[in-house]
Design a protein around this ligand. Structure first.
Ligand code: TTP
Ligand code: MG
Length: 392
């Protein structure tokens, strides 16, 4: 079928269901360790699990970690609470309606960061190359290991013994397969898939299963009749290129085939750290805004110092009562984690912006940090073209 350009009054509808059996179908080659070179590890219900270690009497109960204000959102919920439909990012008020019997605990970010450090320390003690991508998740380079599965079982056992945390693990030939596999059987999942097996297993799933394919892209794919990964994988490349442009179009197709060339990277990455606060009630009073911003700058700098981080770019984020959001930033000549300096710049940025309407959310960020990770193995190893701004 030739490519067709979409017109407003004539949506391009594709029907590319591959015949049964036409998909790549491969058996898991568990004996072939070269095929299973990447693991993704992700702790189950991380904040809640950490809290349960401090409150063992709550085990087995629906537990939610969220703030308490009228605008608080759920950070995470125990799997018992998830059965009632409670999930991350949901307003806490809604979670209370869905599951009134749940125990609500306030978040303790400093403690979660501390536990995360211990968790990643254990992972690093077993595997040489680890790419930490969040407080509770990391990619591990398993290439060259005789038995990747045994190695990962050992890591999990030590995490359980030392921290009493349970993680899910996915193992595959690349980061994409590993990531989707680790999510497939949570909690306590342990899923090993070749690329071909991943194509087959998730053929009927929505393309939204793939990291980096968000709701907007899913909707645009649906508009051209592509509702499953199988359909996306078999859509003519030209159709995707016409719809999404050459880079994203081809990348979508590759991802639907679970192809991903991104390496497990320990390169020093520029990162940022921020603190933000949604007020219980919108604030218009400039001195209260300054006070809140100054307090967040102090907390942020404490954390930066604790992790031996400093950065050159200081920014603020302001969300007004009509939900319009602005960010302002300034880059200094030298990196800093000094609270006075960060406070000074953040307050100056706020003063310059001078919000004209009541403020709903205020935040401060220090960016351009150099994370303290080991130097890269080979300088040219990581190809940013493979990353495509996707979160992996
Ligand atoms: P996730 O790994 O996404 O979630 P989880 O560990 O709670 O649950 P699971 O992996 O079993 O699905 O995020 C890790 C932590 O990050 C989570 O415990 C709380 C925090 N978080 C938020 O604060 N807000 C969010 O919207 C999400 C998704 C996570
Ligand atoms: Mg998790």
């Amino acid at each position: 079928m030739g490519a067709r350009r979409e017109k407003a009054d004539e949506p391009l509808i594709c029907s590319y269901d591959a015949p049964e059996g036409a998909l790549d179908s491969g058996q898991m080659s568990l004996g072939d360790s070269s095929d299973l070179s990447v693991a993704h590890i992700d702790c189950d219900a991380f904040y809640v699990s950490v809290e349960l270690n401090r409150h063992p009497e709550l085990r087995g109960k629906p537990v939610v970690v969220s703030g308490t204000g009228p605008r608080a959102v759920v950070t995470t919920a125990s799997y018992e609470a998830r059965r009632f439909g409670v999930g991350s990012a949901m307003p806490a008020a809604r979670a209370r309606r869905l599951c009134p019997q749940a125990v609500f605990l306030p978040p303790d970010g400093a403690h979660y960061r501390e536990v995360s450090k211990r968790l990643m320390g254990i992972v690093r003690s077993h595997v040489e190359y680890v790419e930490v991508v969040g407080l509770d998740e990391a990619y591990l380079d398993l290439s060259g290991l005789y038995s990747p599965r045994t190695a990962m079982r050992r890591v999990l056992a030590e995490i359980k013994a030392s921290t009493d945390l349970v993680c899910s693990v996915g193992i595959g030939p690349n980061k994409l397969v590993a990531k989707v596999a680790s999510d497939a059987e949570k909690p306590a999942g342990f899923v090993t898939l070749t690329r071909e097996a991943a194509c087959e297993r998730f053929a009927a799933s929505s393309p939204g299963l793939i990291p980096g394919i968000g709701p907007k892209t899913v909707a645009r794919l649906e508009e051209i009749g592509l509702r499953t990964l199988r359909q996306l994988a078999h859509a003519p490349e030209q159709v995707l290129v016409e719809r999404f442009g050459p880079n994203q179009g081809r990348e979508l197709r590759r991802r639907a085939h679970f192809e991903h060339a991104g390496q497990v990277s320990e390169e020093r990455k520029v990162v940022s750290e921020s603190r933000e606060r949604t007020f219980d009630h919108d604030i218009h009073d400039a001195s209260r805004l300054r006070e809140a911003l100054a307090q967040m700058a102090i907390e942020l700098c404490e954390s930066l110092r604790a992790h031996d981080n400093h950065g050159r770019t200081i920014g603020i984020k302001v969300r007004l009562d009509d939900f319009s959001t602005v960010t302002r930033a300034r880059t200094l000549a030298a990196p800093t984690c000094d609270a006075e300096q960060v406070k000074h710049v953040a307050l100056a940025l706020l003063e310059e912006y001078a919000p004209r309407r009541p403020v709903r959310l205020l935040g401060v960020r220090v960016a351009g940090l150099m994370s303290r990770v080991a130097p890269a193995r080979t300088p040219d190893r990581d190809s940013t073209a493979d990353q495509l701004a996707l979160p992996m």
